[in-house]
Ligand binder design. Structure first.
Ligand code: URA
Length: 237
């Protein structure tokens, strides 16, 4: 199996793909004792001896999957009562040690990442990275420009918790909106909209950083992210 050197180094958790390219350019990487000309060169990671600053790279396959989560399944690896997102995984991914990155409520649909890369998952959910998440919400009542301003200033939840400033783009005459947040508090979007008196009746995550849900992926379906998508995700961190 031949893989690009930047992919091997990022799979190993040694560096992001762009960092890997810099390491190669600086001559800090050797493959079987020689300095490769480019991070685009391909090698067999199971056979080649790859060193970064003289330290062996331990390659492992890394998976990052994008799921279009349907309502009615819980975001966890196992559950005594409910079906989980893991139950939706087709055969090739079933036996891997994948886990969901962050969580969507049982009744929330849309974009959910699953991975076996703990470092990536940690960085994506760490509050300091502020990866924007965009949700489509339908509400009871009608959202107004005042609500938009309140989101901009930072909503104070009913329990007194202050949220970071968020964007609220009104849709469908104010009965729906796109909400963009940069944090992941428990039931965050539902609690923010409840705080302005407009309870959520439907919620779907449409985007996470540079990744968007598109029509090609049906509800309940999963696909691997491409190398370019993983690059874009890491660049957003
Ligand atoms: N905010 C919520 O309230 N629920 C979700 O599932 C995600 C964000």
């Amino acid at each position: 199996m031949l893989l690009r050197l930047d992919r091997i180094l990022s799979d190993a958790g040694t560096a992001s793909r762009s960092e890997a390219r810099l390491l190669v350019q600086r001559g800090l990487v050797t493959v079987d004792g020689a300095v490769p000309a480019s991070a685009r060169e391909k090698f067999d990671p199971t056979a080649a001896e790859i060193l970064v600053r003289g330290v062996p790279v331990r390659w492992q396959v890394r998976h990052v999957l994008l799921m279009n989560k349907p309502a009615g399944v819980v975001t966890s690896t196992e559950d005594p009562r409910d079906r989980t997102v893991m139950d939706l995984l087709p055969e090739p991914w079933r036996d891997l040690d994948l886990f969901p990155v962050g969580r969507l409520d049982k009744d929330t649909e849309g974009l959910l990442l699953l991975t076996d890369d703990g470092r990536l998952a940690h960085r994506l959910t760490a509050p300091r990275h502020e990866v924007p998440k965009r949700y489509y919400a339908r509400v009871e009542g009608v959202l107004t420009g005042e609500d938009r301003e309140a989101f901009h200033r930072g909503i104070v939840l009913r329990d007194g918790t202050r949220c970071r400033p968020a964007e609220l783009e009104l849709l469908e005459g104010g009965t729906a909106a796109l909400v963009t947040v940069t944090e992941g508090k428990y039931h965050q979007v539902k609690r923010m909209l409840a705080a302005v008196g407009k309870p959520v009746t439907y919620l779907e995550r449409r985007a996470l950083g540079p990744l968007e849900l598109d029509d090609a992926l049906g509800r309940g379906e999963v696909r691997e992210l491409s190398g370019e998508e993983i690059d874009a995700l890491e660049a957003a961190l």
